[in-house]
Design a protein around this ligand. Sequence first.
Ligand code: 5AD
Ligand code: SF4
Length: 457
Amino acid sequence: MTNNPSYEMTADYISRVKALRKKGATYLVLTFGCQQNEADSEKIRGMCEAMGYSPAKEGDSCELVIVNTCAIRAHAEMKALSVIGNFKSQKLNNPDMIVGVVGCMAAESEVAAKIKRSFRFVDFTAEPASIHRIPELIYTAMTQRERSFILGSESCEIVEDIPVVRQSTYRAWVSVMYGCNNFCSYCIVPYVRGRERSRDSAAIISECRELIASGVKEITLLGQNVNSYKSDINFAQLITKIAELKGDFILRFMTSHPKDTSDELIEAIRLSGGKISPHFHLPLQSGSDTVLRRMNRTYSIERFMNIVDKLRESIPDIAISTDIIVGFPGESEQDFEKTLVALSKVRFDMVYAFIYSERAGTRSAGWEDDVPKNVKTERIERLLKLQGEISPERNERFIGEVQRVLVESFDESENTYVGRSPHNKQVRFTAEKAEIGKFIDVRIDSARITCLVGTAK
Ligand code: 5AD
Ligand code: SF4
């Protein structure tokens, strides 16, 4: 059974738009932000093509533009607004062009109001939970010349069967759950993506089975908080079932929350014998218990260290990456130094560090953003300098080993192939011949901060 009553409505509007749109009409989808948005954009492209639009190249004029936005930090919003603004003149030249703004920014009431007021050339906005309504919004724009703004639906419905146009033939995103219930005090995600809801396991497993049969070699399961996946089975059981599917592929997943990283999940990775990537992305955010408490992260640094220890006891060579926010309201020099101590102790393979950005509507937006800008910049530089010493050390452990690499591209400037190792490390390697989208064994000869360097065997 799928919890999917409403694709029929989407399908109905898809055929109505298809009957109306101009012959030879083209579309453009621009994407900002995380992998979740990349995955959503593949569905948006799928619907565009089902409506009969064909892809336009960036910069070409087209009949339909959809900008899929990100709201996680102010910088991402500014970038998206400037890109949206660029379509004003195109719309003046071509009044029939339809412009839609979707994604996380479209779910913020202030942003939606601003677009309504000041971006009058935008025909519709739709929040992430409503992307299946895009064909309906295009139909309304075409037939009634009316602007639509879908906001606050917080739809808990999961619409299965939306057509997908994937960007890659050998790598695929598969969403397993949507939304977030954690309400970390700095984070806009629970407000713009709504409450947690999980897809049926049968739908996920059959999507993975089809992908593997079509030649996909890397599947990444996506969710804001994958390990709180809840259906007839839990996340550990889900990844075990997918890993047992027949075929030559690697399974990845992101993102995990420390609060529900279970022993069962760690065991599932270990028992998969390499089928599930030995890489765990585990956002720490801060090394200070005081800051973690105010961030509403619900774990202490001690508990985090215990999880890291368990991961390494069970899977000794596991790669662990993390997210850190510097300059959270009230973060003192001592708090920040605790984050540096945590990085030195844990020795993450990779750290994604962000400067705190106040997001309207979140709890921390009510607190003074009191760490001066220059202190924030200085802290992130100190943090990156420290991690710059740790990452190469974490990469050097692979020197002399043979890694099974999925080939992604060829870099003409360096005359090397570029691929990804099971531990999610970028590998740059020389080979007489390597095939994009296939696995190849590479001997690792040296390591840099951000990648491994090797030679095909
Ligand atoms: N400011 C800075 N970084 C943030 N993140 C989430 N919200 C904010 C914010 N308001 C970071 C967290 C999260 C990652 C995806 O983005 O580190 O794990
Ligand atoms: Fe945001 Fe926290 Fe949810 Fe991650 S777990 S999306 S940081 S609220």
